[in-house]
Design a protein. Sequence first.
Length: 242
Amino acid sequence: MEISNEKIIKEIFESRAEVVEGHDPWRYGRDLAEATDKVEIDWICRKLPLSPGKRLFDIGCGTGRHSLEIARNNDSLKVIGCDFVEKNIDFANSEKKRLGIDNVSFYCSSATNFSDDAPFSKCDIIIAIGLIQYLTSENELFDFVNCCSEMMYDDGLLLLKHPLSYEDTFVLDYHRDEMDTRYISSYYGMKDIMRVFKEKFELMSIARTFTKKNVGDLLKSIERDERAKQMWILFQKKRKTV
Ligand SMILES: C[S@@+](CC[C@H](N)C(=O)[O-])C[C@H]1O[C@@H](n2cnc3c(N)ncnc32)[C@H](O)[C@@H]1O
C-alpha cells in the first residue's frame, strides 16, 4: 500500500499510447471494447444527473472515449477530461475536432494534482473509470481524494469504476503479453478504499458493472481475475460540519 509507482505507470501508459489505435483496442480486444463501452456509457448517462449546465470532470480520461460520448449525448453539459499521458490528450482533442463536439475539452495533468491547472474552480460530477488501481500508494489516493473534494460543489458526485477485490487489497505486477508492457495495478478492497475516502465522501451505492444480462457470454472474458469484479462505486461529497 505504500509504494508509489506513478513514474513507472506513466511510462507504461506512454509506451501503450505510442501504439494506440482508436480508443483502447487492447483493453479486451475491439469487440469486447465496443460492448463494454456501450454498457459503461449507458449506465453513466442513465444513473448520473447530467442536467443541462452541469460540469462533469473525467479524471484519467485516457483517449476520451467516455468524455466524448457523454458530451455528445448531453449537449448542455460541460465535460472536461484529463490524463497524465500527453498522447492520450492529443488523441482526445483530435477526436473532439473530428466529431465536432464543442462541449468537451481536455488537458494534461496527474490525478493527484489535477486541480492545479483545471480551467474552472468547481464541478458537479467527477468520474474516474479504471483509474484508482493505478494510484498504488495511500498518499496518491489521498491526494486524488483531496483534489476531487476541492474541485467539487457540496453534494457533488464521484463515480469510480474499479476492479474491486472481494477480500484484502492485492497488487498485480506482471508482463502483459498482448501489450508487451509491464502491468502494475492495485486491486483495492472496500476496507482500504473507505479508509481513504470516508473523511470527505459518503458511500452512496456499489453495483456490478458487467453482468450476464448486459454482456452475455462476454462476461467470462471481461472478468478474468476471480478475486475481483468490476464495480461502480458512487460517492457523494460530504458537507463541511461547523
Ligand atoms: C485503464 S485506462 C482508462 C482510461 C479511460 N478512463 C477509459 O476507461 O477509457 C487508465 C488511464 O489512467 C491514466 N492514469 C493512470 N495513472 C494516472 C495518474 N496518476 N494521473 C493521471 N492519469 C493517470 C492512464 O494514462 C490511462 O489513460
